[in-house]
Design a protein around this ligand. Sequence first.
Ligand code: NOJ
Length: 742
Amino acid sequence: MKMIRIIIVTVIFLLAGCAENRTTQDDKEQFVDSLLAEMTLKEKIGQLTLYTSGWTITGPALDSNYRKYITEGRCGNIFNAHTVAYNTELQRLAIEKSRLGIPLLFGYDVIHGHRTIFPIPLAEACSWEPALAKKSAVLAAKEAAASGLNWTFNPVADLSRDPRWGRIAEGSGEDPLLGSLFTAARVKGYQGDNLSDSNTIAACLKHFAVYGAPEAGRDYNTVDLSMRTIREVYFPPYQAAIDAGVSTVMASFNEINGQPATSSTYIEDILRKEWGFDGVLVTDYGAIAELIPHGVATDSAHAGMLALKAGADMDMQSGVYMQSLEGLVKEGKIDESTVNRAVRRVLRLKYDLGLFEDPYRYLDAQTETEVVHSEELMDHALEAGRRSMVLLKNEPYKGKKILPVMNAPARIAVIGPMADNRIDMMGSWHASGDAQMVVTLEEGLKNRFGNADIRTAMGCGFYGNDISGFKEAVRLAEWSDLVILAIGENYVQSGEAASRSDIGLPGAQQQLTETIVKTGKPVVAVLFAGRPLTINWIDEHIPAILYAWQPGTRGGDAVADLLSGEYNPSGKLSVTFPRNVGQIPIYYSTKNSGRPFNPDDKYTSKYLDVPNEPLYPFGYGIGYSEIRYSDLQIDRKVISFGDTLHISVTIENVGEYPTEEVVQLYTRDLVGSVTRPVKELKDFRKVHLEAGEEKTVTFALTADDLRFYDIDMQFVTEPGDFHVMAGPHSAELLTTAFRLER
Ligand code: NOJ
């Protein structure tokens, strides 16, 4: 019987698709319809079911019967299973043992690399090079596909202006333009030109919607924001992913303006109707069942009904669809056509991935051996690491700059919990990142400064007050000619379910830092973290600060390349660094308010105990060369709708090192029907400059670039006066003005 079914499916496929035009939409639809016609309701629901492969990362394991379900055709999709051997075994169950032999999707959180880990996405956005992120995604897809995967739960388009929220690590920072460019680049990187290529995988835009703005920065918490802010600030990166052709979307855990995202009208009204997305919408982990504690569903059947009707096609891990949908259809509470709509989307995706043609397409042991940790991937991990780090400070110590460390001092002390640490270099969501492959900071420094005597001391860990290691650390500092403080967060101190109300250095590291600085030795602070940390003390007392984020597999080499000047730091912050948590939410594109800060007037918008300004502004980052900006010019003072305004600015590398500078362009709309931010990033360019070289960078702006949601929520440009600004970061800009007329 089973054999006959397999033959039937094969024949359907051949009839529908074996002609030359196999890939046309018609063929696909015909194939999907014929298959759907063969399916029982149970089998249909199976295609809407996604289970983890026995072990769990982000929630309780709700069901370990996944093998049985696959065989019965009741579970059509698996996540967290990887390696060719394992996934082949599971795919065989689906193909050979289930009645219809429909292939499985294999999903996984390949967020910043699969086995070879690249910098966390927030860091990668500090490169201001979407092309770099695209390449990371291309290579991550290649490695993931070689390991038997065909679907990643990435990119994360959640814009965030709250570094308390641990998942800020996974996104591209605070800005809609930067976020959109990076998100789109990642989608294109994962999916390539053809999803059925064996080195591309389906991407998943997440988390729809506005997951990055939970109240008080606490993960999974309520989101309540004006639709104007949502549309203007938070939506663009999601929409960019849809426009880039992302195949799937994941609904977010949070409620948004009173509706849990999983069952919200946003899915149908915005994602489907407005943005035209017709791919698979998967829920997040157990999220359908969470509609009960959210307070919109009375029981799990009710939750299932709400989710499916809202447009959630696939149930990740809650088992609600498996348990309740059949009953709901039989009781007439859900029309089978609603189930069919979701099943069609899943089958189309499998078709696009080429799985019906060859279910073992991503399952080749030879390719796995060749691709995993290949030279290409390891080289890119280094390059991405170098381009993602941000030099925050480099002031003279005793009259001379410590960085770059041109001639390595004889004795280097590397002190702190990141001194000789593999796993935390990879950061949160490091998928199947192989810690054994990680180059630690100590190793990186030894690779780079071969002749120096390099020694390490942890000093303390990431938790608690244990300072018993301080003595040894101080002894080592005193022995040394240079101290490199390697401090920050471990990999679970940011990421999912890792919100923090105090974003200073965790554990006894602040005390360790102060103790080491007291030795009077020259100190460089290298910070490893998944979020901006409040590092005022370090900024005041340590002359050189490199923010290395969580740089991935080649992290140690990348840091050493920057400290030595082998690579001139070029990263610029994708997110604002607050001085303390009381300033949060903090971002550069604020509104002016009716009482903008005036130091001579008490009754203006400010704090009594901290400046309004951040510690480091959005877009900030320095290198070893000083860059001078001058001569901001516009080609006319008045433009009309339909015209293009050209803006040019001159930059000169007045330092001794070749460098790459990110030139940033901002505008301000001075008067509108609604208030406008004091600055909005409109464009940027990363420019290479040799030592002493001067270049003029030209940007073009049109009226379309100045659109916003007006008083009637129409996305329009209003005529009037504008400022246009260019410079090295959001708080240091040359300004000129123009007028837009009808
Ligand atoms: C929960 C997370 O929110 C989501 O980002 C992830 O993709 C799933 N778990 C699956 O691991």
